[in-house]
Design a protein around this ligand. Structure first.
Ligand code: MOS
Length: 749
């Protein structure tokens, strides 16, 4: 990609290409497919958190009107991918060890799905599900994280591989903290947080033959889901079709396959009819993962003039008793600042709960709350401006991997954000700024996330009218992937955006990985680029047959589309009508399929996206109410290919950060090991009134070492660093340091 991509004068931010479909209701989500003979599944969950099922009385349910089956471990057909020996759990390729639904009578967590009722209507299935009576042999469960934190263990991955990200890490002297001139030490806690996207998790499973399965499923990877269920049902991958054309938000809980999907697939096979299953909002808290409760301790040492001497960062995160869930909570501590001595210790605590899953900015967003709060505590201790303190400890290369950055424009973010938030109004002394009766505070937090990239393949077809149609298996969980890809194709070819279509969200399309880890534009974008350039090469070859002197030595970059002609940009006389070109070659359409992969640059450079979030808050001294008045988010995410959707993505991340800082808290009643927050009435997320003006600034400089589009990814850095920015602003306003999220009014008065 040449630099002109960004400088084009006619570069118009594109509206969402699927916006019309979404706002008119024409977009079809996983639960909206109507198939002949459809049936409806409803899950019954365990009432205990640990133990075994003694008996299931399903007679009344079976007799209820419209009921086709009541399926549990007692009568479920065998899932071929489950291994018989529970001590050697099946581990299908493409996914971690799942809970084997309806496998045996074991209960691992409260509301674990134990029965699926299938009926001819949703209402009938719901009614029958209410009639199922289950008796248990209850065992004593352990769900209280805080009371059991000392039992955290080193993850298996770290035991096997000392180089793993979750292994113990020491750089420099491990005792450096003890002798540092200035020391701070603090513990931080984040609660369990739920993804809770608008669209509930839903799957419609349809066995078209004994070994042919179609699922309309809410997922973040159609190919990964296809591989998972191929392995679980022991049928060839190509016999499974996964359709996920539209996804109404996910934030990570579609990154893997869950028991409810197996339940629907199994039930469909058993009743020999399609089964539609949509989770309830309550089940979204117990069946599809969450951001795990995490404790952190940071010890930070510095010189009096603000040079970091040492950081020791320990954390313990919650996991289930049957799977080890890990995330990169401590990775940024190792690379964000130029501290010569750094130690990290990561542990996980298995409890009788369901398995967590990555949630937007997974790990890093949690870790940033610890690290960036501690940075603020240290800046306060040495009476230094927090930005100055960070600039003093800025790293020009990656101190963890000891490699240069591919690009890093975090300084620009500090500079620009400072201006936009009005940082100069900030007082160094907390509690010294007021607006009427409100205390005013300013805070900041930094974020970073790997500029991940994986292989992706795009098929592109161009017809003689100049319509470009592309296909790729990637999903779009909301950021606007189709829009971004259309924009990349248009900028590469000159074809107007309205003549370009990008089809996604089906395992039938060419390969792509997960929409996750901020990797989509970085992975699929280059494949779009490669496909467009391959088409151009074909056109050049076609044109050269007629006019070798002009087109014979032309390169894809020389060629642009102008209305219904192709033109060589250098010599506008070399121009040929697309329709003539196709006719001369007896073609109606040309096509290409191109794969793009990460390059070897990845071992020579450290590649990260960076963000800088500023918050200005008002805190009421009597009620403890926090009002976020303004947020400024600055991002060094490489090329911004789709300015409108990128800005929306940043606003969404900041909004998630407000929730994390001030509201979100999944509260469990440990007597039962069951959440008492189970809807949006109890589990609070920001509403419009909670969200102030959010200003977005992009550095927008390409990182062509990371990938040919120059993008470094945006999804995660949009939220990483927001919660500590708000917490730090609250401290600046009040002088009260709240180290356990969310910062609710009771913690401030
Ligand atoms: Mo995200 S946690 O990579 O869906």
């Amino acid at each position: 990609m040449n630099e002109a991509f960004f400088d084009k004068k006619d570069y118009k931010p594109l509206d969402r290409v699927d916006g019309h479909l979404k706002v008119t209701g024409a977009a079809k989500y996983s639960a909206e497919y109507v198939l002949p003979n459809m049936t409806y599944g409803v899950l019954v969950g365990s009432q205990i958190a640990k133990g075994t099922i003694k008996s299931i009385d399903s007679k009344a349910a079976e007799r209820a009107p419209g009921v086709l089956a009541v399926i549990s471990h007692l009568n479920a057909i065998k899932v071929p991918g489950y291994q018989a020996d529970p001590s050697k759990p099946a581990k299908p390729a493409g996914g971690p060890q799942p809970l084997r639904v309806f496998f045996d009578n074991k209960i691992y967590s409260n509301d674990q799905p134990i029965v699926i009722v299938v009926a001819t209507s949703l209402e009938k299935a719901k009614h029958a599900a209410s009639l199922v009576k289950v008796q248990y042999d209850k065992e004593v469960h352990t769900t209280d994280f805080d009371a059991n934190m000392q039992n955290g263990v080193l993850p298996e991955a770290a035991k096997k591989n000392p180089k793993s990200g979750s292994a113990d890490y020491d750089r420099g002297q491990t005792t450096a903290f003890e002798t540092a001139p200035v020391k701070i030490e603090a513990e931080y806690i984040i609660p369990n947080e739920m993804h809770n996207p608008m669209e509930l998790q839903a799957v419609t499973a349809h066995w078209e033959a004994d070994d042919r399965l179609t699922i309309y499923d809410k997922v973040q990877g159609t190919k990964t889901t296809q591989r998972f269920f191929a392995s679980e049902w022991k049928i060839p991958e190509q016999n499974i079709k996964v359709i996920s054309t539209f996804v109404g938000g996910a934030f990570g809980n579609g990154l893997r396959s869950w028991p409810h999907e197996t339940a629907a697939i199994l039930a469909a096979k058993q009743v020999k009819r399609p089964v539609k299953l949509m989770l309830t909002r309550e089940q979204m808290f117990t069946m599809v993962g969450y951001r795990p409760r995490t404790w952190q301790k940071v010890q930070m040492g510095a010189t009096k003039d603000g040079k970091l001497v040492a950081i020791n960062h320990n954390s313990v995160g919650q996991t289930s008793s049957y799977e080890e869930f890990t995330e990169a909570t401590l990775s940024q501590t190792r690379m964000m600042y130029a501290a010569p001595n750094v130690s990290t210790r990561y542990r996980i605590l298995p409890l009788n709960v369901a398995t967590p899953i990555w949630m937007r900015g997974p790990g890093e967003a949690t870790g940033a709350f610890g690290l960036e709060s501690a940075m603020d505590e240290m800046a306060h201790a040495i009476e230094m401006d927090p930005i100055e303190f960070r600039l003093l400890n800025y790293t020009e290369s990656d101190p963890d991997r000891n490699l240069p950055w591919s690009t890093k424009y975090l300084r620009e973010c500090y500079e620009e954000g400072k201006k936009r938030i009005g940082w100069n109004n900030r007082k160094l002394k907390p509690g010294s700024l007021r607006d009427g009766e409100w205390l005013v505070g300013y805070g900041m937090g930094t974020g970073t996330f790997g500029a991940n990239r994986g292989p992706a393949t795009v098929k592109a077809e161009l017809d003689m009218e100049g319509n470009l149609v592309m296909h790729c298996a990637i999903t779009d969980i909301g950021p606007g992937t189709g829009t971004a890809m259309v924009q990349i194709a248009s900028n590469t070819t000159g074809i107007p955006t309205e003549k370009i279509t990008f089809h996604l969200g089906s395992s039938e399309f060419p390969n792509a990985g997960l929409q996750g880890g901020s990797s989509t534009v970085n992975s699929v974008g280059p494949a779009v680029l490669a496909a467009c350039n391959a088409l151009k090469e074909q056109l050049i070859a076609m044109a050269a047959k007629k006019d070798a002197s002009a087109f014979g030595s032309a390169k894809p970059d020389d060629l642009v589309f102008e209305k219904d002609h192709i033109v060589l940009s250098e010599k506008s006389s070399a121009k040929v009508a697309l329709s003539d070109l196709f006719k001369q070659n007896n073609n109606r359409k040309i096509e290409t399929t191109q794969e793009s992969k990460p390059s070897e640059n990845r071992s020579k450079y450290s590649m990260n996206a960076f963000s800088m979030h500023f918050a200005m808050v008002h805190v009421h001294p009597f009620t403890g109410q926090v009002r976020v008045k303004k947020i400024v988010c600055c991002a060094d995410a490489g090329t911004i290919v789709s300015p409108k959707t990128a800005e929306s993505q940043m606003i969404g991340g900041a909004t998630g950060g407000i929730g994390m800082a001030l509201m979100e808290d999944a509260v469990m009643d440990h007597r039962f090991g069951r959440y008492i927050t189970k809807d949006f009435g109890d589990y609070h997320v920001p509403s419009h009134a909670d969200v102030p003006q959010i200003e977005i600034y992009f550095v927008n400089k390409p990182d062509l070492l990371a990938d040919p589009v120059g993008s470094k990814g945006l999804g995660e850095i949009a939220i990483i660093g927001v919660a500590p920015a708000i917490a730090n602003a609250v401290f600046n306003a009040t002088g009260k340091r709240v180290r356990e999220l969310p910062i609710t009014p009771d913690k401030l008065i």
